[in-house]
Design a protein around this ligand. Structure first.
Ligand SMILES: [Zn+2]
Length: 267
C-alpha cells in the first residue's frame, strides 16, 4: 500500500528519508506521497522525488501557510508552483483549502490564496497539466465546497485529506463525488462521530494516509514522530470497521490509490 499523505520535508524526517522508507516497506508500505505546504517546499520535494524512487510528491500552498511569503514577495510564486507540478513524480496539487480551527491566518487571506491557487490549477489544466487535488478542510466545509464547485474544476478528482468531520460533512463530500482520506485520528477514542461518518463512505471512495509526523494511530498514539509505516495500522483499522478481510480491503485500497493518483503498489 501507499501512504498517500505525509510530510518528509519536516524536521523529523530530514536526513532520514532512506531509513523511513525502509521501515515503511518492512510494514508493507512501499511508497509515499510527500505533501507540499509552500512553494519553496514544493521545490524541495521536486529534488527529493528525484533521489528516492518510491517518494511521490505534490505541489501546493497549505491554508495555514497562506500568509507565509519569502521576503520581498507580495504573492505566492504561482508560476514556480506550476513548474513543480509538471514534475512527473508530482502526482497531485495540494494540500490547499481552508482551516477555520485557528484564527490565523485571517480567513480572507486563506480564501484569497485558495482562489489564486484554484485559478493557477485551472490554467495549468488548460495547458495540459492534469493532476488531482488534495484538500485540507478543517471546520470549513460549508465555505469550501461552494468555492470548489464554483472553480469549475472536477470535484470527483479531489480528495479531502484527514477527514475528522461529521456525518453531514461526509454526505456533502459524497454528493460532489469527492474521495475521502483517513489518518490515525480515526482510531482515537474520541472519534465516534468521524467513525460514524466513515460508516457512510463507500469503500471505493476511501484512501489511507498518516499525515506524518502528526497523528500516530492507536496503539502508538504517544509515539513521536508518526511515520509512514503506521499507515498500515490505520488501513487495518478501516478494514475491520468495514468488516472486510484484510486481503480484500487491501486490494480495493490499492485500486483506489491507483485510480486516483496513478500509483501502483506491489505490497
Ligand atoms: Zn498534511
Amino acid at each position: 500500500m501507499i501512504d498517500t499523505h505525509c510530510h518528509l520535508t519536516f524536521p523529523e524526517f530530514v536526513d532520514r528519508i532512506d531509513a523511513t522508507m525502509s521501515a515503511a516497506l518492512a510494514a508493507g508500505v512501499d511508497g509515499v506521497i510527500s505533501i507540499s505546504t509552500t512553494v519553496p517546499d514544493a521545490q524541495r520535494l521536486t529534488a527529493i522525488s528525484q533521489q528516492h524512487p518510491r517518494v511521490f510528491v505534490s505541489a501546493g500552498v497549505h491554508p495555514l501557510y497562506s500568509d507565509e511569503l519569502p521576503p520581498g514577495q507580495t504573492q505566492h510564486d504561482w508560476p514556480a508552483l506550476t513548474r513543480a507540478a509538471a514534475n512527473p513524480k508530482c502526482v497531485a496539487w495540494g494540500e490547499l483549502g481552508l482551516d477555520h480551527h485557528y484564527n490565523e491566518p485571517a480567513r480572507d487571506v486563506q480564501i484569497r490564496v485558495l482562489q489564486e491557487q484554484l485559478a493557477t490549477i485551472a490554467a495549468a489544466r488548460a495547458a495540459g497539466i492534469d493532476k488531482p487535488i488534495i484538500l485540507h478542510c478543517r471546520e470549513a466545509f460549508s465555505t469550501l465546497i461552494p468555492i470548489l464547485r464554483a472553480s469549475g474544476l472536477p470535484t470527483d478528482r479531489m480528495v479531502f485529506h484527514c477527514f475528522t468531520g461529521t456525518r453531514a460533512d461526509m454526505a456533502a463530500l459524497l454528493a460532489i463525488g469527492a474521495m475521502v482520506s483517513f489518518t490515525g485520528a480515526i482510531t482515537y477514542k474520541k472519534s465516534d462521530e468521524p467513525r460514524a461518518a466513515l460508516d457512510l463512505c463507500p469503500i471505493d471512495r476511501i484512501m489511507i494516509e498518516t499525515d506524518a509526523p502528526f497523528l500516530p494511530p492507536e496503539p502508538h498514539r504517544s509515539a513521536r514522530p508518526c511515520t509512514p509505516a503506521m499507515s498500515r495500522l490505520t488501513a487495518e483499522f478501516v478494514a475491520a470497521r468495514k468488516g472486510l478481510p484484510w486481503p480484500d480491503y487491501h486490494a480495493r485500497l490499492n485500486a483506489n490509490t491507483h485510480r486516483f493518483f496513478g500509483i501502483t503498489s506491489s505490497t
